[in-house]
Design a protein around this ligand. Structure first.
Ligand code: FES
Length: 76
């Protein structure tokens, strides 16, 4: 499914770019050409960035709660 029809960018391509470090609409514009033509996809692109970033924060937090780091030499 396309995120940006004007530039032919799919949701999967945008997700991959965000997961590799793109953190802003400007980043998606520079990397993939999202929202550089009609601009109608800009809001969806920003929402996607926020959703993936908040999901990553939540997953990181949950991972820490489930598997705390305990050094091998710890008496625990
Ligand atoms: S749909 Fe993305 S710039 Fe037009």
């Amino acid at each position: 499914m396309y995120l940006c029809i004007c530039s032919g960018v799919t949701h999967a391509q945008a997700r991959k770019a965000i997961e590799k470090g793109v953190v802003s609409l400007a980043g998606l514009q520079n990397r993939l050409g999202v929202a550089i033509n009609c601009g109608s996809c800009a809001g969806r692109a920003e929402a996607m960035i926020e959703q993936i970033q908040s999901s990553d924060r939540r997953n990181y937090s949950l991972a820490g709660a489930v598997r705390p780091f305990v050094p091998a030499s710890s008496p625990l």
